[in-house]
Write a protein that binds this ligand. Structure first.
Ligand code: ADP
Length: 595
């Protein structure tokens, strides 16, 4: 099959050859005709022109005789060679000028069927008829010859057969040349197209490779012509393209990695509000299994109108909050392009903890204010009474002062606890770490609370033997135990049972403090380690509690890389469990460095 370039080249060459041959042919044929015509009239002029007076005079003299026509014929026959008379294509006729009758001729067919040409008519009017008629298929001259009373016309007529024959031969030669030329054109166009198309084919194949993503192929530059320059430019372009695509790829990889692993969720919505792209964090935050089935309207439309966001211009954006189950998300909505391909980008940030922390902070401030206001109100009212009433009996005044002192102590206690917690919060709490057997600390606490337990008729059971040596701040751990055992005494009705158990489990020492007191309702269990949390506020306050003891205890245990938890068990009462890591390297030679 002919390729288009080959076809085009061939057509161009064929047209070129054909038009060239046509022009040459037409030129040649016109020139041949014109040459032949010129030659005819020159010949005639040379013979019959008035300048050739001798010949024309002789003709007139011969015409004057009785057999003028025959004499004229003889004279013309003599000059037949000069006139080119061949009796085939060119003939002479001697006509009677009056009647137009042919008296003698070289034409074997006679001269009766002669046409009245313009030259012949001119001669009959007595003038020399030698007008050229290019359109006619003949050439003629008619010369009137008068001698005496005889009037003749010598009429030379050429039927142009010679020139026509020559022209048809020329035509045949041109036609043959044309055919030959066309054949050469076909062959030449094939060869030319081959030389021209080969590098183009190579370029095309290389371009196809590039389109398929293979940038490795380079084309050999074999010439310095336009095709060579094009090949060099193509190679350079392919190299630049490869570098650019590699850079873009690397950038995209970086962005993809960022997109995949960023903690904030990202969802891109197209203009038709469907999801174009999302990252795993967004899927996790929105808790959706099939994200691609979702639309903007299913998520954020109630909060922020899609078209409104789309109409925003950078750097403007719109924020809203989106809640899924117990998670609060802050959603940052912005259009990511203004052209028809754009859409809306949603960046999701989990602010659950932030909100919780804000809430805790608010509650904390409210709790601190409340806790301090109650004793302050008491102090102020007792102090005012003492100040205003001068007749207060001394016993009553002493009672008032006792209350003021105890409320001040309570405030000091709260402030002290808050300071302790704040030190933990800011990491400023200094721990006096020493190695000591845990049994010693537990024994110390039991001894310290024995009197208080006895006052409430509680039975204090020590169900532990020797506990391992641990590394810790003995004073702080004693404070923890005192708080837990103190709570057990506080929150157990008189005559209860408080038991301390302990042991070792793997690389940890554990301690449990159980009581059979009022217990902690299931709904409050998760909150007892929160600051200021008290199950029964009135009761706790009555017993001097601040609601900060367990949170401080939990912080201290955490500082020792241990755990403090509430054991989930049936039955009345409460059990707290502490675990602490055992100090491995001194297990064999326990000693108390603080003593
Ligand atoms: P408080 O100073 O009020 O005792 P804590 O932080 O020590 O504060 O305790 C928090 C709350 O946990 C107490 O107010 C109390 O309601 C509850 N609680 C602690 N220990 C016990 C226990 N052994 N039995 C019942 N409730 C307890």
């Amino acid at each position: 099959m002919l390729r288009s370039l080959h076809l085009k080249l061939m057509l161009i060459m064929l047209l070129l050859i054909t038009s060239l041959m046509t022009v040459v042919g037409a030129f040649l044929m016109t020139n041949v005709t014109s040459f032949y015509t010129d030659a005819f009239y020159s010949q005639m002029k040379a013979v019959f022109d008035e300048s050739n007076t001798g010949f024309v005079q002789s003709l007139r003299m011969e015409a004057a005789g009785d057999d003028g026509a025959a004499r004229l014929q003889t004279m013309i026959e003599v000059s037949a060679g000069s006139l080119g008379i061949d009796s085939r294509t060119r003939n002479y006729y001697i006509l009677d000028a009056k009647s137009g009758k042919c008296l003698a001729s070289s034409d074997t067919r006679g001269g009766d069927d002669l046409r009245d040409t313009a030259n012949l008519l001119a001669a009959r009017n007595g003038q020399v008829g030698q007008t050229r008629d290019i359109t006619a298929n003949y050439m003629d001259v008619a010369i009137p010859i008068s001698g005496g009373n005889n009037h003749f016309i010598i009429y030379i007529l050429d039927n142009r057969e010679n020139v026509n024959e020559l022209n048809s031969q020329l035509f045949m030669i041109i036609l043959q040349s044309l055919l030959f030329g066309l054949l050469i054109a076909v062959l030449l166009s094939f060869l030319l197209s081959k030389t021209m198309t080969l590098p183009i084919e190579r370029l095309t194949s290389s371009a196809e490779h590039i389109a398929a993503g293979d940038f490795g192929s380079r084309i050999a530059v074999e010439s310095s012509d336009e095709i060579g320059i094009l090949t060099t430019t193509f190679n350079e372009m392919s190299e630049t393209l490869q570098t650019t695509i590699n850079e873009v790829k690397s950038e995209r990889n970086k962005l993809d990695t960022l997109f995949l692993h960023m903690t904030d969720g990202v969802v891109a919505f197209s203009r038709d509000r469907s999801i174009m792209q999302f990252n795993p964090a967004a899927e996790q935050m929105l808790r959706q299994k099939d994200m691609s089935a979702l639309r903007y309207d299913d998520l954020f439309q109630p909060q922020v109108d899609f078209d409104y966001v789309l109409a925003l211009h950078s750097p403007f954006y719109e924020d809203c909050e989106y809640t899924v189950a117990d998670t609060t998300l802050e959603v940052h909505l912005t259009p990511f392009s203004n052209d028809t391909e754009g859409g809306v980008l949603a960046v999701l940030h989990d602010v659950t903890q932030q909100r919780r922390d804000q809430e805790i902070r608010r509650e904390f401030v409210a709790n601190v204010s409340h806790e301090l206001r109650t004793p302050l109100t008491n102090v102020r009212s007792y102090a005012e009474t003492l100040h205003d009433a001068s007749d207060v009996p001394p016993e009553t005044a002493n009672g008032f002062l006792d209350v003021i002192i105890s409320e001040t102590d309570r405030m000091a206690h709260i402030v002290q606890d808050l300071l302790t917690l704040s030190k933990f919060d800011y990491g400023h709490m200094e721990m006096n770490m020493t190695r000591f057997p845990l049994s010693d600390a537990v024994d110390g606490v039991c001894n310290a609370v024995e009197m208080a337990a006895r006052n409430h008729r509680h039975t204090l059971v020590r169900s532990y033997q020797s506990l391992p040596v641990i590394m810790g701040d003995r004073g702080r751990l004693t404070q923890v135990l005192m708080n837990i055992v103190g709570n057990a005494i506080k929150y157990t009705p008189d005559g209860g049972r408080i038991e301390l158990r302990g042991g070792t489990e793997g690389e940890e020492a554990w301690l449990e403090v159980s009581d059979n007191g009022i217990g902690i309702p299931a709904k409050d269990r998760a909150h007892v380690f929160e600051r200021f949390y008290r199950v029964d506020k009135a009761r706790s306050r009555e017993s001097g509690g601040t609601g900060l003891g367990l949170s401080i205890a939990a912080e201290i245990v955490a500082q020792h890389s241990g755990t403090l938890s509430l054991v989930d068990r049936d039955g009345p009462g409460t059990t707290f469990r502490i675990t602490l890591p055992i100090c491995q390297d001194v297990q064999e030679a326990p000693h108390d460095e603080t003593n």
